[in-house]
Design a protein around this ligand. Structure first.
Ligand code: FES
Length: 156
């Protein structure tokens, strides 16, 4: 038996699989960790300086953001919750599914009054979710939210 076949020298199958698994996890974490949007989507600074990570507000649903986090005339996409929140006019907040009704891509931006899908160019009205530009033919479904004390939460 040669030295390279000695079981004490060669890594066991379990060791190799574990190492490969750890590498995969690291790759996934690296891929996710580079997005400020992804980081922002699940963590919300609270007024007391603490952070919420998809926690529940008192008696309400998952806290998404503070109202001040949503630009007036724009919006913000919450990747983890698959929701896009918009503020079409000052103090008016809307939320929609971030899954494009054409073929299911995630919308990627809110600009010039529309929620935009990068896959085939569909654009949805940021106030109503209706289709402004196809190929999508169905509006983005509304997502119920509550706005209370400066916080926007998913309705429970
Ligand atoms: S999946 Fe959004 S435009 Fe096709």
């Amino acid at each position: 038996m040669s030295t390279s076949q000695d079981p004490e020298v060669r890594p066991g199958r379990r060791t190799v699989v574990t190492a490969a698994g750890a590498a995969s996890v690291a790759a996934v974490l690296t891929a996710c960790g580079g997005s400020k949007e992804a980081a922002d989507s699940g963590r919300v600074k609270q007024t007391d300086g603490s952070e919420a990570d998809g926690s529940r507000a008192d008696g309400g649903g998952t806290v998404l953001a503070k109202t001040t986090d949503i630009p007036e005339g724009g919006g913000k996409i919450f990747t983890r919750q698959k929701v896009v929140v918009t503020q079409p006019t000052a103090g008016e907040f809307k939320a929609f599914s971030s899954k494009c009704t054409h073929m299911g891509c995630a919308v990627s931006s809110v600009t010039d009054g529309t929620i935009n899908c990068p896959c085939h160019g569909s654009k949805f009205d940021m106030a109503t979710g209706s289709v402004k530009v196809g190929p999508a033919t169905e509006p983005l479904p509304a997502t119920p939210i509550t706005v209370q004390d400066g916080s926007i939460s998913l309705a429970s």
